[in-house]
Design a protein around this ligand. Structure first.
Ligand SMILES: [Zn+2]
Ligand SMILES: [Zn+2]
Length: 63
């Protein structure tokens, strides 16, 4: 199964787990990031290649 993670889409490219997000880590805290203070974006992470994609987007390795 692909994993739900939350990512910063700014320059720091931070990634937090859904557990960390639920515990209150919902915003970028990297001061020199272009998205400092912005909420993380919910994405799915492919367990095979590590790529991020949005829920509803088709991401598959099936030939
Ligand atoms: Zn950031
Ligand atoms: Zn993949």
């Amino acid at each position: 199964m692909d994993k739900v993670v939350y990512v910063c889409t700014g320059t720091c490219h931070a990634e937090v787990s859904d557990k960390e997000y639920e515990e209150g880590l919902t915003k970028c805290g990297t001061k020199d990031c272009t998205h400092f203070g912005h909420s993380f974006e919910k994405v799915l992470k492919c367990h095979e290649c590590g790529a991020y994609f949005k829920p509803g987007d088709n991401h598959s390795h099936l030939a």
